[in-house]
Design a protein around this ligand. Structure first.
Ligand code: ASP
Ligand code: MG
Length: 406
């Protein structure tokens, strides 16, 4: 177990849009000062001032379009380094004792692999350093001011985590310091149901679970760096909010397990449709309705241009219902059904941090001659269909194959 500081700790990240100029930095420092006054421990994470990373990248292209990635990392890291110094300066103006944490100081906690420009933090190595180096600062009542976005390889090279990566820095620090909450301060009040520039009526969202947030971010929503949730850890809460609403905003709950495997409790049928007319596929919803009316549930589907496979649980006569909708409406030519299957779901953040997961699923099953009737993946969740009488064995094999250290 890590050793917590006695008082509550939060990690607060200021994005580049919140650090536009000296006035904005002073304002941000004011917020930090308010939190400190309330007796809450705080770790501050800063990104580069607005536009600075773009500007530095532009300059690098002009001096040499093929500049070495490790040198680019050194160059763009100066954006966050500058912000951190300005923030520390502004905090001391508020009478707050802060400690500058950049990759060249002895306090630096974030260890990464050596993929320059898109490095991945090594969680356990970073946890150890954070506990050894940052925790004592918090215990002394000081405010660590950490450069977001940056990392350091085991052999001392500066790396960056990918554009927008200071979110990931904050979330990772929250996790490895056992913080109560990670607050991401943005120029919007939280997360909206879609991009306000692209849809007509964006709605404010009060909370998202980890899986929803992960899928939205991976699918291109901009409120959170794609990698951030992989480092959230169980139980750590993320709040996306604006400067003046520290207790409001959108909450993202840390409910993604590192890895979780389970068998769906009902038997599953695999329904195959051939001669599918894609143009008429609005009827997927018709199909879902038909299956539901029959007492069943559509668990997953796999679509091709002229064929589809639906995985359905329950239902009195699902084949008849599906046939009725698809062939009856001339959407498909013929339909078959294969019963007696089970669905195993593999979920979790490890699916994103570990490579080769699909292989680790298929190989042990193949080795034991367990036939795969389908594998459907959506980001942080993989669904595997096997014969029901082999399901328990498959689950055991997968559990063995999926052991991940956390
Ligand atoms: N400054 C970096 C960027 O603009 C990281 C960040 O803003 O999170 O991509
Ligand atoms: Mg940014």
């Amino acid at each position: 177990m890590s050793n917590r500081v006695d008082k509550e700790t939060i990690v607060v990240k200021f994005g580049g849009s919140m650090l536009e100029d000296e006035k904005a930095i002073t304002q941000a420092a004011g917020l930090v000062s308010d939190v400190v006054t309330k007796g809450i421990g705080i770790v501050v994470v800063v990104s580069a001032m607005k536009g600075v990373t773009d500007q530095l990248l532009g300059l690098s292209k002009k001096v040499n379009p093929e500049m070495d990635a490790s040198l680019i990392d050194e160059l763009i890291s100066s954006g966050e380094r500058t912000s951190a110094r300005l923030m520390a300066g502004a905090l001391s103006g508020h009478g707050i004792k802060s400690v500058l944490v950049d990759p060249d100081t002895p306090y630096w906690p974030i260890v990464t692999d050596n993929r320059h420009l898109d490095a991945n933090p090594l969680i356990e190595a970073s946890r150890m350093r954070a506990q050894e180096r940052i925790m004592p600062l918090l215990k002394e009542g000081k405010v660590p001011v950490v450069c977001g976005f940056l990392g350091k390889t085991e052999d001392g090279k500066t790396t960056t985590l990918g554009r927008g990566g200071s979110d990931t820095t904050a979330v990772l620090l929250g996790n490895i310091l056992d913080a109560k909450e990670v607050v991401l301060i943005k120029d919007v009040e939280g997360v909206y149901s879609s991009d306000p520039d692209k849809v007509r009526n964006p709605q404010f969202i009060e909370s998202l679970n980890g899986e929803e947030a992960e899928m939205l971010a991976a699918g291109g929503a901009k409120f959170l760096h794609v990698k951030a949730l992989r480092y959230q850890g169980w139980g750590i809460r993320i709040r996306v909010t604006s400067l003046d609403k520290l207790n409001a905003g959108t909450i993202i709950k840390g409910d993604l397990d590192s890895i979780n495997l389970e068998i769906f409790p009902q038997g599953v049928s695999m329904i195959t449709v051939v001669g599918l007319d894609q143009r008429k596929l609005e009827s997927v919803s018709q199909l879902t309705k038909a299956v539901r009316a029959d007492g069943g549930a559509l668990l997953a589907m796999s679509l091709e241009s002229t064929a589809a496979i639906f995985y359905v649980a329950g239902g009195k006569n699902v084949l008849d219902e599906v046939h009725n909708v698809l062939v009856g409406e001339a959407i498909g030519k013929a339909v078959s059904s294969f019963d007696g299957l089970s669905m195993i779901t593999v979920k979790g953040t490890a699916l994103e941090t570990e490579s080769g997961i699909i292989q680790r699923i298929t190989q042990p099953l193949a080795r034991e001659d367990i036939n795969l009737y389908g594998i459907v993946t959506i980001r942080s969740s993989i669904r595997v269909f096997v014969s029901s009488n082999q399901a328990q064995k498959a689950l055991d094999l997968l559990k063995e194959a999926m052991v991940v250290e956390r």
